[in-house]
Design a protein around this ligand. Sequence first.
Ligand code: SAH
Ligand code: DHB
Ligand code: MG
Length: 227
Amino acid sequence: MALPKSGRQLWTAVDEYFRALIAPGDKYLEAAVKANRKAGLPAIDVSPLQGQHLNILVRMTQPKRVLEIGTLGGYSTICMARALPVGGRIVTLEFSPRHAEVARKNLKNAGVLDRVDMRMGPALHILPILESEGAGPFDFIFIDADKQSNAEYVKWALRLSRPGTTIVVDNVVRDGKVIDGKSKDPDIVGTRRMAELIAKESRLSATVMQNVGAKGYDGFLLAVVVQ
Ligand code: SAH
Ligand code: DHB
Ligand code: MG
């Protein structure tokens, strides 16, 4: 086999090599991706290896309560739901009724709908409701919705957490655009505000893992509530 040249082509080939070898997925995950594309949902689900990464983080942390902000078609939800300990549950937030409908079918098909509480509406509207319901504290929180609200989502994640809670934020690198302090892109402004908030927040210990692969060049932030 001729080696692919460089850059994105190479990352994609390496991603595919490891995916096929160690994270082949199964018919339920494949069916979810197919259903999402068929329904015209944007192709921004986590990649198979990233989904497996979430699955492993959940296995490692054994969370009884997971909060996900941004469901799309439920691909990441399925990956996490499968790794929950007995009695574990996921609350997942989605403001698009169409996305939520596709997700519900995918979750049902994958046999995990009974572990998932889907809440429809803008996350910043639902988060205070969750707090008033006493839904927290969550043990594991995955933030993957509109990037412009990332700082607010991290603030809410803190309100709904306990010492030891794991927080993962997707898409914090964005082709490296995150370092452009002059950017007017709301996603970049929001992500930078989040990073500055975390820097000032003594209750959080955080790191960023840059990532290349089938979805290009991006990264995720991994944080733990330390007090
Ligand atoms: N976690 C999913 C991908 C989520 S894509 C996966 O990996 O499979 C981001 C999702 O967040 C989209 O479905 C979008 O409709 C939703 N979203 C965007 N802004 C939102 C908001 N303010 N409140 C709730 N959901 C939102
Ligand atoms: C976008 C959103 C995501 O959650 C993602 O993983 C990739 C891209 C986007 O809005 O472009
Ligand atoms: Mg994402």
